[in-house]
Unconditional design. Structure first.
Length: 385
């Protein structure tokens, strides 16, 4: 894949001289917004958090793909009683890395949200379902019932404000795509049972698959695994793993809100070994969530410098939003360089408390961003107490 789009996106997201901008009176606060780009971090008061499906754009006029995608997200926001101002996080997936598509993304962000009020943004290049050029999912702040999960079939599910959030790290059963998918879903449901939750409580499922041409197989197996329970929003990303056909992660609503002063806790299911660098499960008690835009390193001359650069940028973004390294909840690590990946594994313990690392999925992909970069991190956090 040609590396044309993401070098510009890195500068687009993290422009030098950005100024913190946020509204303490509203439910969403934006940090380090730049007039031409997304927010570096967005802090959201819980309310209801709608997680959408991956919307794809296969047929549209040339030059209008991003506008068509945004219109789908706007439609869902309106159905949920919100609008563009409620979009806290936007995940874009691009099959076409042309500069023209980058221009569309920039223009649509500017047209859809005022400066200082734009969502956190992560962009990942990947082949897409239905030969789409661009796809995306979003997290939208909405008003909702504090306990009941509101759903728009095939489009969105709302995390209720009166229930804790559960993030389960990616799991990967063995076998060909159908068997691996069904086996992984059963593993995930078993973890939910340990937490007194069930498949009816799932808010979103994200599947990393190989190859993308098998996405309909994965979709069918996931839908079958839910039985009579509602099927949640689904997201598909192609990965490059040679050992597993798929890895799947999910977000779910706990049955209730725990009576605790903690903002987040980490859980290892019985019979499984805990890790000092990632947690099997993270459970969020906090009334606020922090979404950090996809992060790559500044210019780096070595894998060590790149990994340290990513962590320093993450730390800075989190702290400006009132969070920090000890309050990371869920990470997705996109890696495209084996040397950088190995150095990341080596250095990660220096940044995380071994008793409270975030839940995580590590995903091998062909490219993550600027030429010469091998690591991009997508992070969810909570404010520090």
């Amino acid at each position: 894949m040609k590396r044309l789009l993401l070098p510009a996106i890195a500068g687009f997201l993290f422009s030098v001289g950005a100024t913190p901008a946020f509204s303490e009176d509203g439910p969403i606060s934006h940090y380090d917004s730049d007039p031409s780009g997304a927010s570096r971090a967005v802090r959201v008061k819980r309310g209801g958090l709608a997680h959408t499906s991956m919307f794809t754009v296969s047929e549209s006029k040339p030059g209008e793909e991003m506008a068509a995608l945004i219109s789908q997200i706007e439609e869902v926001a309106k159905e949920l009683g919100s609008d563009f101002s409620g979009v806290a996080k936007l995940n874009l997936f691009v099959a076409d890395e042309s500069p023209a598509l980058l221009d569309q993304i920039k223009a649509q962000l500017v047209n859809s949200w005022p400066a200082g009020k734009r969502p956190a943004l992560t962009v990942i290049p990947t082949p897409l379902p239905e030969n789409a050029k661009i796809a995306g999912d979003a997290v939208i702040h909405v008003e909702s019932d504090p306990m009941k999960i509101k759903r728009i079939e095939g489009k969105a599910a709302v995390m209720p404000s009166g229930r804790d959030m559960i993030y389960i790290s990616g799991r990967a059963a063995s076998g060909e795509l159908p068997e691996a998918t069904s086996g992984t879903m059963e593993q995930l449901f078993a973890v939910l049972e340990h937490l007194s939750a069930s498949r009816k409580d799932v808010i979103q499922v994200k599947a990393f698959i190989r190859p993308m041409s098998g996405w309909e197989i994965v979709k069918e197996e996931i839908e079958k695994s839910f039985g009579d329970a509602p099927v949640p929003p689904l997201v598909f990303v192609e990965w490059s793993s040679s050992s597993r056909a798929t890895e799947i992660e999910l977000i779910a609503a706990a049955p209730d809100r725990a009576d605790t002063k903690m903002s987040v806790s980490y859980f290892t299911p019985p019979g499984e070994k805990s890790s000092p660098v990632y947690s099997r499960v993270a459970r969020v008690y906090s009334d606020e969530i922090v979404y950090i835009s996809g992060t790559t390193a500044p210019a780096a001359e070595s894998p060590e410098e790149e990994v340290n650069g990513v962590f320093q940028t993450l730390k800075s973004s989190a702290e400006k939003a009132g969070s920090g390294l000890l309050h990371f909840v869920k990470a997705t690590y996109y890696v495209s360089d084996a040397t950088v990946s190995a150095k990341f594994n080596e250095l990660r313990p220096e940044y995380y408390d071994p008793e409270r690392p975030p839940a995580a999925s590590k995903v091998a992909v062909p490219t993550v961003g600027p030429a010469g970069r091998g690591l991009l991190v997508d992070m969810v956090a909570v404010p520090a107490r």
